[in-house]
Design a protein around this ligand. Structure first.
Ligand SMILES: Nc1ncnc2c1ncn2[C@@H]1O[C@H](COP(=O)(O)OP(=O)(O)OP(=O)(O)O)[C@@H](O)[C@H]1O
Length: 395
């Protein structure tokens, strides 16, 4: 018997132009709302012990689907059958009360997860120990950082081994140490037969924890396959969206236009790539044309992580190279990064044509988010870059 069965499920939200209109709808007066279908005809089932990732771009409907499975939202159409106790770690903040202490929140969210007060009391010490928040457990939650809230939420959600563990992206809020602790517990549960339903943008975590993945885009289920196949599909989807965005949205380009970037492509071991293994050889190919006479040319790139932190940048000026810049010429240059040791995650690359060291002097063309790259890693390390580490013992 399937643990979760989702049959032709659709969800429609009503959007009101104002609070007043929303309030009026409660009294049966609704002339202004519009319908927004967030999920359309989703059908799949999950067997006991199966671990499945839900993958999709922002706003594609993943959280809505999980909330329906957890029964905190009702579907508009279709049915959902759940045969087993759910342990859920949804978006941070759900079921938590800022004014109450950590301990009081454990009682409330534990009960929301179907535990009795007695069951929570028995497990309270273990919940607090796992979260490592004993010093803070009796102060109001509003004093907690988001990482601390995540610790508490995960500890409660996993206090009893559930038949199905549902983890939304909340885990990514925690620090690397606690994330590992969570992953260890998830793996232990999986070994004991718990099914996992996991929403993440982290390809490595998906491949490590799940044997199946479902891709949702704009509320429609596009595919249900092995994680590797789905991640390829997903990356193609992102790349297409990025390209579209760039061609239609001039806001991501700036510059005086004397020289123009025409394409930015990433190659991994000579093959075009969107997903690369940490430590492999990356080539960044920059195509450009020189439209007007310019005094000199510097080509630079800047790699940022998905929250916008600058990870690494360089340019032809600091590399002491002079790229060709004859008026009317069309050129391609390659930046080779032979040991691309970034941590697993998604990065975007901005590229610029300017003069001298910095793009603030004569910015010809600045292309923000010109390319995106997803790094997967077989090695575990903290931070954004894997540095060579030697260990020796002094006797
Ligand atoms: N209560 C609501 N009322 C109206 N629209 C909503 C509501 N909840 C979600 N939506 C809309 O439904 C769409 C899907 O949202 P959802 O949070 O499920 O996407 P998601 O795939 O989880 O996105 P993300 O990766 O950004 O968390 C979004 O356009 C969102 O604005």
């Amino acid at each position: 018997m399937a643990l979760i069965k989702v049959n032709n499920l659709s969800k429609c939200f009503r959007i009101y132009p104002s609070r007043r209109h929303k309030l009026a709808s409660l009294f049966g007066i609704d002339s202004h709302s519009i319908q927004k279908w967030t999920l359309k005809n989703i059908t799949f089932s999950i067997d006991p012990g199966e671990s499945v990732a839900i993958i999709g771009r922002n706003g594609s409907g993943k959280s809505t689907l999980l909330k329906i499975i957890c029964q905190t939202l009702h579907p508009t159409e279709g049915e959902i059958i759940v045969n087993g106790r759910i342990g859920a770690l949804l978006e941070l903040g759900i079921g938590f009360h800022e004014e109450l202490s950590g301990r009081e929140n454990v009682y409330i969210s534990g009960q929301l997860l179907g535990m009795s007060r007695h069951e929570i009391e028995i497990r309270m010490e273990e919940i607090i120990n796992f979260s490592e928040l004993s010093e803070y457990i009796d102060i109001p939650l509003k004093k907690y950082s988001s990482g601390m809230q995540m610790r508490l939420a995960f500890s409660v959600a996993t206090a009893l081994r559930p038949a199905i563990l549902i983890v939304d992206e909340a885990l990514s809020v925690g620090d690397a140490y606690f994330q590992h602790k969570c992953f260890d517990r998830i793996k232990q549960f999986q070994k004991s037969g718990t099914s996992l339903l996991f929403v993440s943008h982290d390809p490595l975590a998906i491949k490590t924890l799940c044997e199946r993945a479902i891709l949702i885009d704009k509320g429609i289920m596009l595919a249900d396959d092995h994680p590797a196949a789905i991640l390829d599909y997903y990356n193609a989807l992102i790349a297409r969206a990025e390209n579209n965005k760039i061609s239609i949205d001039e806001g991501v380009r700036s510059g005086s236009g004397e020289a123009k970037l025409t394409a930015v492509d990433i190659f991994n071991e000579n093959e075009p790539a969107q997903v690369v293994l940490s430590g492999s050889k990356i080539k960044l190919r920059v195509s450009y044309k020189v439209i007007k006479k310019i005094p000199d040319l510097t080509i630079g790139f800047l790699i940022k992580d998905r929250v916008g932190n600058e990870v690494f940048g360089s340019n032809t000026y600091v590399l002491q190279k002079t790229p060709p810049f004859v008026q009317g010429g069309q050129y391609q240059v390659i930046f080779e990064l032979p040991d691309f040791r970034l941590a697993a995650g998604s990065y975007n690359i901005s590229v610029a044509l300017h003069s001298s060291y910095h793009h603030l002097s004569n910015n010809y063309d600045w292309w923000d988010h010109a390319a995106t790259i997803t790094v997967i890693s077989e090695q575990i390390f903290a931070g954004v870059v894997r540095l060579d580490t030697q260990y020796c013992e002094l006797i």
